[in-house]
Design a protein around this ligand. Structure first.
Ligand code: AMP
Length: 487
């Protein structure tokens, strides 16, 4: 019986006696061996009563065994629910009570809530899941599933309000993987350097599904370590990364040599500065291919494989994905429609109705502009600063600041201001003074756009995917003007 995702991604491993995963310590895992582990874990989960449609929540370190758990869930029709390893017990409690999984797989050191079936898996893949799986058959007949059946539930990072569970069907994931394999020309000859976490759409679906579907191999690293990546890069054909991977690698000696002969470098999940794009090209001769997507939609746009990869843009809509921007030619909210767009938010029909129309258009919440067919991301709609009734797009101010000598990067936010409602506020990283930066950008910006104040800091707060956490900055500086007025 058919199970489209299992049939496309995992069943073909049966014929792969050669390496699928290459690990940092030199060990290699054959496709067949991973499939055997998948089968054993699938039987183990089924033996605990996991039925098709049940959620299996997983909060474990990245390892081949952890990847097998994803395959095992697909095999038995369970909904795979990966959780960020950085989440605290309190946060996990919310996800588990919201998603009511049949089983929770976690590190042995995790204090799992009472009343839940728990299996453990440590960073080496050992634990009670492996113990239970060890006695199970190494082959499995995958449970029949339809294209519209749920394959995964991924919680969004939830920068405002409650984190929402995005329901992704087999078709959502498979259609996007097929488009990306084709668009980025993946073949069985590829070796993907995989240093991304597998609890997030980027490392889990963009990277892993594309590699599995194309028959590529993966250099499968537990996380990003610049020296390790430099050592292993010469064995890869493609690297996928978040912008921080690229900025960190630019500081490494020997980069030009390590990058020589690679086929492709892809970036996404957060904005890649045009300056980083240019610096990478100057250092390696490669133009990074930037793409744009999100948990709810998988990938929506990509720069071309052949043709101009335009710095500061996320490229064109992918084949089969329709994209529109309210107010063509101007900045507006990006909406997308296609087989990649999710099925809605888990148990949140009202939230779903607000963002996903009956006609299939999903309101992404990202602000963008289309220039010559290329999409530029301007920021998140909720990042927009409204100061004295005027709209200010933080990205415009950030670009002006980033262009100043000595500025490494910047983040612009709105903070409460008694007179203006919100005031534009800049947080700058670099060997500069706040006053000099403000004076330098003032001549090029309308008065209302000029930051009312700025601070210079050592680092911007970022999450695991390299995204600047503006909510943290807003919280940190929310009293800036109010405190001054009262003093
Ligand atoms: P997540 O759901 O965690 O994958 O976050 C998705 C969000 O990341 C999108 O809605 C965008 O705001 C942002 N994002 C992803 N890729 C890019 C990119 N290439 N440039 C700018 N922002 C991006």
């Amino acid at each position: 019986m058919a199970n489209p995702m299992f049939d496309a991604l995992f069943a073909p491993l049966a014929g792969r006696g050669g390496p699928l995963l290459m690990l940092a310590d030199g060990r290699q895992i054959a496709g067949q061996a991973l499939l055997a582990t998948i089968a054993q874990q699938a039987h183990a989960l089924a033996s605990l009563g996991v039925q098709p449609g049940d959620r299996v929540a997983v909060q474990v370190a990245k390892s081949p065994a952890a990847l097998a758990t994803y395959g095992a869930c697909v095999a038995i029709g369970a909904v795979y629910l990966p959780l960020n390893t950085a989440y605290t017990a309190g946060e996990i409690g919310y996800f588990l009570s919201d998603a009511t999984p049949r089983v929770f797989v976690c590190d042995p050191a995790t204090a799992a809530p009472e009343g839940l079936q728990v299996l453990t898996m440590d960073a080496a893949g050992a634990g009670s899941l492996a113990d239970l799986a060890a006695g199970m058959p190494q082959v499995i007949d995958a449970v029949a599933r339809g294209e519209n059946d749920l394959a995964a539930l991924l919680y969004t990072s939830g920068t405002t309000g409650r984190s929402k569970g995005a329901m992704l069907s087999q078709r959502n994931l498979l259609s996007n993987a097929a488009v990306l394999v084709d668009h980025w020309r993946f073949t069985p000859d590829d070796v993907l350097l995989h240093a991304l976490p597998i609890f997030h759409t980027h490392g889990l679906f963009v990277a892993t599904n594309v590699a599995l579907l194309s028959g590529a191999q993966m250099i499968f690293l537990p996380g990003f370590n610049a020296a390790e990546v430099m050592r292993l890069l010469p064995q890869a054909t493609v690297m996928m990364g978040v912008p921080t991977f690229y900025t960190r690698l630019l500081d490494q000696p020997g980069l030009a040599q390590a990058a020589r002969g690679r086929r492709l470098f892809i970036s996404g999940s957060a904005p890649l500065l045009a300056e980083t794009h240019r610096a990478w090209e100057a250092a390696t001769g490669h133009r990074i291919l930037e793409r744009y997507g999100m948990t709810e939609t998988n990938m929506n746009t990509s720069n071309p494989y052949v043709g101009e990869r335009r710095a500061g843009t996320v490229g064109q809509p992918l084949p089969g994905v329709a994209l529109r921007i309210a107010g063509e030619g101007e900045v507006g909210v990006i909406e997308v429609r296609g087989p990649n767009v999710f099925q809605g938010y888990w148990q949140m029909p009202e939230k779903t109705a607000e963002e996903l129309g009956p006609d299939g258009w999903f309101i992404t919440g990202d602000l963008g502009r289309m220039v010559d067919g290329y999409v530029e991301i301007v920021g998140r709609a909720k990042d927009l600063v409204i100061t004295g009734g005027y709209n200010v797009y933080p990205k415009e101010i950030e670009l002006a600041l980033d262009a100043l000598p000595g500025v490494a990067e910047s983040a612009v936010i709105g903070v409460p201001h008694a007179d203006m409602g919100e005031a534009v506020f800049a947080v700058i990283v670099g060997d500069v003074t706040a006053e000099a930066c403000l004076a330098a950008i003032a001549p090029g910006l309308a008065r209302f756009k000029q930051p009312k104040a700025a601070v210079v800091v050592a680092d911007l707060p970022r999450n695991a995917m390299g995204k600047v956490q503006k909510a943290v900055l807003r919280e940190l500086y929310k009293g800036w003007f109010l405190a001054r007025e009262n003093s």
